[in-house]
Design a protein. Structure first.
Length: 422
């Protein structure tokens, strides 16, 4: 049945009992059991019909027939029907995909002339679309060959490229037709779009028109270009680089987001498991654009402006303060630096440098040429605010034990704020 359920001719396997009510209308039911042909392929292959012949309910019913144990309805579908220069029909459904959920890549079914072949379409469907559901049917896809042969086959390349184009066309059409509705759906398909942008250059160019960034400050959605325009005045550093501040967790990084907001800055939420790869791709494509996680350093350092803030400490006091902090922490995994920050800013901050943290995250999700970095021990910068009252208190303390206690207490508070205190 698995292989023949959508064949164009009915396949009969013996007989089955069927109960029929033979009583006239209005009388009590009178049931009889008759023998009828047992048709094992009663389902209709919706992908062979024209889109104009199908209603939304027909598509939903077909989806339910394909995936009877999937309870959520798909967000939308794409119906393909090509007969030249290659043969391809099919319907692809976009399911809801939540961040960090386990992604099942064997949901698209491959048919040839309505006969099931396999649910492993690797090498046929672009990698980033393997999370979709649905059916593709083609006479031009060679069977029983290796993945490398498939990838080298001319028709398969064309089919794969056409599927990518149809997906990009559909997404752009939805974005233009009803942006508010698209924004509602985007959060459930963001991982697919971001994965496509990272792995497919042609899709990347198309997706920049409809891929969205959500502000953690005003809760609005922006395309990449819209967002870069929004921050161009306040978040351009002294080198002329636009700095996109982002948070990976709106709740745990709430205090940093609020601090940035108080300074007039905006912060976007990037919580995808492949956010690091996506950021790298955008930075490579856009001139003078840099991303920095909002808790990866003091704001003055994330977006440096013309004219440095004056130090209240002398050079010798800065060196003494640095020595005191290094001695109290006494851990090679922490590097200490003393900075001139606002006197009402944090007295101390423990941060993982943006580059190192991002490379470790990219290594953990694979690719990017950073495999193995996830095995390196974590290394943090301890940023001491030399203009804070605590710095003066530490320098004035003549008791080493009291001084160490002040330093370690400030360090623990800094670790707590980063969710690193154990």
């Amino acid at each position: 049945k698995k292989y023949a359920r959508f064949m164009s001719v009915p396949i009969i396997c013996g007989e089955k009992d069927e109960r029929i009510n033979t009583a006239p209308e209005g009388e009590d039911a009178k049931w009889e059991t008759n023998k009828v042909p047992n048709v094992i392929n009663p389902d209709s292959p919706a992908w062979t019909k024209k889109p104009s012949e199908l209603s939304d309910e027909d598509y939903k019913a077909f989806y339910k027939a394909l995936y009877p144990y999937t309870f959520e309805e798909p967000l939308f579908h794409i119906h393909m029907n090509v007969d030249y220069p290659f043969d391809l029909t099919g319907i692809l459904f976009f399911p809801k995909i939540k961040p960090n959920m386990e992604l099942n890549k064997n949901k698209i079914q491959l048919y040839q002339s309505q006969v099931f072949v396999t649910d492993n379409v690797e090498g046929i469907v672009p990698e980033f679309l393997m999370m979709l559901h649905g059916v593709i049917d083609s006479k031009d896809i060679p069977l029983n060959v290796s993945r490398s042969y498939l990838q080298a086959d001319g028709n398969v390349k064309k089919i794969s490229g056409h599927i990518t184009k149809k997906v990009a066309d559909k997404l752009e059409e939805m974005f233009k037709a009803d942006r508010a509705d698209f924004e509602q759906k985007f959060k459930d398909i963001a991982v697919i779009i971001e994965y496509g942008m990272v792995t497919d250059d042609k899709f990347f160019e198309r997706a920049q028109k409809f891929s969205l960034l959500r502000s953690a400050v005003d809760d609005q959605n922006y395309t990449v270009d819209e967002y870069l325009e929004k921050i161009s005045t306040l978040q351009t550093d002294k080198e002329g680089t636009k700095v996109v501040l982002y948070a990976s967790n709106k709740d745990s990084q709430h205090s940093y987001i609020q601090k940035a907001k108080a300074e007039g800055y905006d912060v976007v939420l990037l919580d995808s498991p492949i956010a690091g790869h996506w950021i790298q791709k955008i930075e490579g494509a856009k001139e003078k654009v840099r991303f920095a996680r909002v808790d990866s350093d003091m704001l003055d350092k994330l977006i440096p402006k013309e004219g440095e803030r004056a130090h209240l400490l002398t050079d010798s006091e800065k060196e003494s303060l640095k020595d005191y902090v290094e001695g109290a922490i006494n851990d090679k995994n922490y590097s200490v630096r003393v900075e001139a920050l606002a006197s009402d800013d944090l007295p101390m901050m423990v941060v993982m440098p943006e580059y190192m943290r991002r490379m470790k995250e990219m290594s953990a999700t694979g690719g990017g040429g950073f495999m193995g970095m996830g095995d390196f021990p974590d290394h943090y910068d301890v940023v001491v605010n030399g203009n804070h009252a605590l710095a003066g208190k530490i320098l004035k303390s003549e008791e080493p034990a009291e001084r160490d206690q002040l330093i370690l207490h400030a360090k623990d508070l800094a670790l707590l704020q980063q969710g690193l205190l154990t």
